[in-house]
Design a protein around this ligand. Sequence first.
Ligand code: RM4
Ligand code: MN
Length: 383
Amino acid sequence: MNLDGLDGFTVEVPSWAYGNSGTRFKVFTSPGVPRNPYEKIADAAQVHRLTGLAPRVSLHIPWDAVDDWADLRAHAEKLGVRIGAINSNLFQDDDYRLGSLCHPDPVVRDKAVQHHLRCLEIMRETGSTDLKIWLPDGLNYPGQDSLRGRQDRLGESLRRVYDELGADQRILLEYKFFEPYFYTMDIPDWGTSLLHCLALGERATVVLDTGHHAPGTNIEFIVMQLLRQGRLGAFDFNSRFYADDDLIVGAADPFQLFRIMSEIVAGGAHRPESRVNFMLDQCHNIEEKLPGQIRSVLNVEQALAKALLIDQSALATAQRDGDVLGANEILMAAYETDVRGTLADRREARGLPRDPVAAFKASGYAAAVATDRVGGTQAGWGA
Ligand code: RM4
Ligand code: MN
């Protein structure tokens, strides 16, 4: 089995996966949950230590705000990881009730723009290159605001941010079809995100969150189309049973994950030089958080490994010959190959545990942090 295509492949983990989170009804707490960004990064570093796959951590601002960014960066680097995408939080401020970058009041729009400019500074101080914008703006009622006016305001606000990007910085623009608003979101789909990116310039690219589509959406088609345009900047991997569930990658549909990775391989986008940032966007409410992250990272790797096994030349021949079932069988043969043993061998050869989840459980880390992390306030949504 040739899995050389896995070399250099990485997955970025989110700081918020290590804090407490919950449903709309209840936030569950767990012993040992980090109390600050330093402890979140320490947890993230464990995922990398055990999988060798997760060398970056995304931060959410202001949830992860610290006084000394250089110090946080040094802390991460000492633990063998780096600061990844900086996520701007536009949904927890009273001023943003009617929107942020699209708000009808220019004063509020300016506040949201300034928040992004602050995020760009944080990126400079932490060595991050990616500014990730998930826009929570939208409307609950027809007539509430001008659909068109909001797009114009969004374009203007984004332009102000884009014009301040440093040479090595880029914008990752996420879309989501509903929630927190239900009549419409202001960036509900990949087409809207792409149009804004095209208007901004080549350093603006689309983020595809696997949880942000209607049931039945062909996500791999979107992946292919964005890759064709050179505008797939990043993934936010999670699951989607009914709607955005922030569960473990591939929990609902591992075959969909494979189909997505097949388009990634076909476009050569698994290679680091493609600069597609394979991020997780998850919250672990009832399951253990670190094993949840480890499992997710491994699920992405496993789907990529299977996609790398597709016999591309046989597939091309079958497609050219119009061999409908033959072509499908070639794809399915890759999907149905059990790669778990080969991936464990590969880990072992690189000095990593064959079973990272079991190694985490055996390490005593969970018990140690549960003892150490007493006092203070556990991190969670809003902190
Ligand atoms: C949103 C979106 C963003 C994430 C927030 C917390 O639904 O997926 O990526 O930053 O949740
Ligand atoms: Mn997301």
